[in-house]
Design a protein around this ligand. Structure first.
Ligand code: ADP
Ligand code: MG
Length: 348
């Protein structure tokens, strides 16, 4: 009798565990995968969502990104940023979204002592990188545009009006708006209680939860020498964002020199600090976007120092000499996939 009960118990336990394992597996397998993409914020936006109503979630997310683009684009005439720029010298009322992004940009301008500067517009316009009208400006032109770049002259009044202190100043939120958009999409994923999704805004990647099978996502790091899609390493993460700034995103070549789109406000020229790209891994895409641009301009040493000061932020640097440096938190998550690159071993 006792023996019988014992066997029954074992069988019940076995059945429950089989059932539980089966349930988990089926649930994951049954969830349909939906994919969506669009060209928004000057870049290709791609999404994958694992949920029964994944198509609706993707539509809602793309609509939200479009809404943000319409507020913060430098080129769309109805955008708030365009209006601020057109009316430089006067105050322009802005939305909560634009205000949030501008405030964060100014925070990073303070933090980096102006290496990151959302009033970079006159220099971006002058170089015209990515506009089809790129050229190397004269020293005089650079000096003139550089004198218009100063984040301390961006005024925000308590009634949510933004005013550029000088008439020819220009805002450009291109280095941070995609990060904000990625976090807004992540909020939409959370509202729909989904467990697994992925969004990439042209190198601004956010993985939501785990992969549908419960494992980590493996996010590829772009080979900075190659066309998009060529990966030289991978980082395994869940519920994180990986944002990369590199000199290969937008550039032109003249007399063998590469002129790219990340400009050092101190020189008025494309930042040259010995880096090909910087990837920031963290919980907030908003911060990671601002940081990847900042750190790219600051260079390896100063950039690494800044990252190490911040909680929950990791970074991956690729130097001109194809050396890869990673912060300590990435050691077990990083996999080098190309023999052309060398991983720098940290002594500590
Ligand atoms: P991407 O937009 O290619 O992902 P980034 O996030 O690094 O790359 O942003 C680069 C963009 O940021 C440039 O195209 C320009 O609009 C803007 N930008 C360039 N230099 C600076 C700077 N020093 N501070 C803030 N924004 C900048
Ligand atoms: Mg950025």
């Amino acid at each position: 009798m006792q023996k019988n009960t014992f066997y029954k118990l074992i069988i019940i336990v076995l059945m429950i565990s089989l059932l539980a394992a089966g349930c988990g597996k089926n649930q994951a397998e049954e969830l349909p995968e939906y994919k969506g993409s669009d060209f928004l914020m000057d870049t290709l936006v791609q999404m994958k969502v694992y949920a029964y109503n994944g198509d609706k979630i993707i539509d809602e997310s793309l609509a939200r990104i479009r809404e943000l683009e319409n507020l913060m684009s430098v080129t769309l005439e109805e955008s708030e940023i365009y209006q601020i720029n057109q009316h430089a010298g006067k105050g322009v009322q802005v939305s909560q979204d634009t205000l949030r992004v501008l405030n964060k940009a100014l925070e990073y301008a303070e933090l980096t002592k102006g290496s990151f500067d959302p009033s970079i517009g006159p220099l971006v316009e002058l170089w015209g990188i990515g506009s089809g009208e790129e050229r190397v400006p004269t020293n005089e032109e650079i000096l003139k545009a550089k004198n218009l770049v100063d984040y301390r002259k961006v005024m925000i009044s308590p009634d949510q009006k933004v005013r550029l202190a000088q008439p020819k100043m220009r805002l450009d939120l291109g280095a941070i708006a995609k990060g904000y958009a990625a976090d807004e999409v992540s909020k939409i994923f959370a509202e729909h209680n989904i467990n697994s999704a992925f969004v990439n805004l042209g190198g601004n990647v956010l993985v939501f939860g785990n992969k549908p099978d419960g494992s980590d996502w493996k996010v590829g790091i772009q080979d900075p020498r190659e066309n998009r899609g060529n990966v030289m390493a991978a980082v395994s993460v869940s519920d994180k964002t990986i944002v990369t700034s590199g000199n290969y995103e937008r550039y032109f070549e003249k007399d063998g020199v590469i002129y790219h789109h990340i400009i050092d406000p101190a020189t008025g020229r494309p930042a040259r600090t010995g880096l090909l790209s910087v990837s920031i891994i963290s919980d907030s895409s908003f911060d990671a976007d601002a940081l990847s641009t900042s750190v790219f301009i600051m260079g390896l040493e100063a950039g690494k120092k800044l990252v190490n000061k911040l909680d929950g932020v990791e970074a991956l640097f690729i130097t001109d000499d194809l050396e890869v440096d990673i912060t300590s938190g990435l050691k077990d998550k990083f996999e080098l996939m190309s023999e052309d690159f060398v991983l720098i071993k940290d002594e500590n």
